[in-house]
Ligand binder design. Sequence first.
Ligand SMILES: [Fe+2]
Length: 456
Amino acid sequence: MDQISPDTADPNGLSADHNQLKYMPGFGNDFETEALPGALPQGMNSPQKCAYGLYGEQLSGTAFTAPSHQNERTWCYRIRPSVKHSGRYRKIDLPYWKSAPHVVDDVISLGQYRWDPVPHTEEKLTWLTGMRTMTTAGDVNTQVGMASHIYLVTQSMRDAYFYSADSELLIVPQEGRLRFCTELGVIDLEPKEIAILPRGLVYRVKVIEGPARGFVCENYGQKFELPGRGPIGANCMANRRDFKTPVAHFEDREAASTLTIKWCGQFHETKIGHSPLDVVAWHGNYAPVKYDLRNYCPIGAILFDHPDPSIFTVLTAPSGVPGTANIDFVLFRERWMVMEDTFRPPWYHKNIMSELMGNIYGQYDAKPQGFVPGGMSLHNMMLPHGPDNEAFEGASNADLKPNKLDKTMSFMFETRFPQHLTEFAAKEAPLQGDYIDCWDTLEKKFDGTPEGTWNK
Ligand SMILES: [Fe+2]
């Protein structure tokens, strides 16, 4: 049984002490949790009458007939069924939150792009009004591809709730602390953690410590899952037990409220007279989850050369093509570099996949300057990239002692689809006009001498 004392400063809220929040360990488990004793039916899903006068309702995250190892659904026992949250809808405009396909002609010339952190302004922004789409890829209507966003949040949602029918959201905070009060429980989130909010889950977002800024990957496709480890075996990388799903928590609250739905790239609002976060008990495997990136156990080269960066995959959202992700979420964190006779930074590269990176903190080894915490870069389909001149010269001439990359955490949203810039990304966000110059000073080294370090 979980009860959290009300926060008198916030009529919608819970206590600010997130140590009171409780989570269940595991990824994709079949969880069960109840906020009142006996609220969860045992041995069946649809009793003739549920305990406490609750309504039973299923939330299906996959088709009924999805293979059993992929099938995801959760049974909710709630004060009112969701249909009671659904009045007449009115289309509303959230002009900075875009969905694919969103190809703006001539928004900017083709290129490698990098941005400084999008700054906060005086404007009061919530989770909905503060979402700033940077790129879109694929097509929300056919449920392939993704969008990347920056969020700038200074204000809690009050008597306002939201869900996305289009997507699950992978949230990567960079600054500030947010509380996600969802139908299935409460998640507090701060930098170095991530969360996944499933498609269809209703929630509101409260600012615990602001201003808050971070990155969002909006996944239109199949859900994120843990990558197969192959010969690595049963341990390391992201381990299932380190993922945390909240216990049931409900609000029995009547107040004039709004519920906003993102549906096929549009936003619709309806009025309701109560909190829709009224699930008293639930069981199932379709639920929100958080993960502390400091628990990610990197695997890497221990003698010479590099594995591909896919070795750092935290989560993968498959496409229909085996081994070719709709999205990979990849983490570049603290680790030892021990490779002998090896150019240790990432190699020069052209890629059929499109790579959007963000810096959570510290310095990234391929770009010692210019890629700063809160900043982003985009190396799109088949556009070349790699270490800048400073990184190349440094790594080519370094004494190859074991060396720890310390105080560094960057990530990549990598997708099989090309990413298109929004007008915001091209014209309002702090795009670095001189990014391409970081490779300008790379010199011709070819001098007719055949020796490299490898054949001496
Ligand atoms: Fe790359």
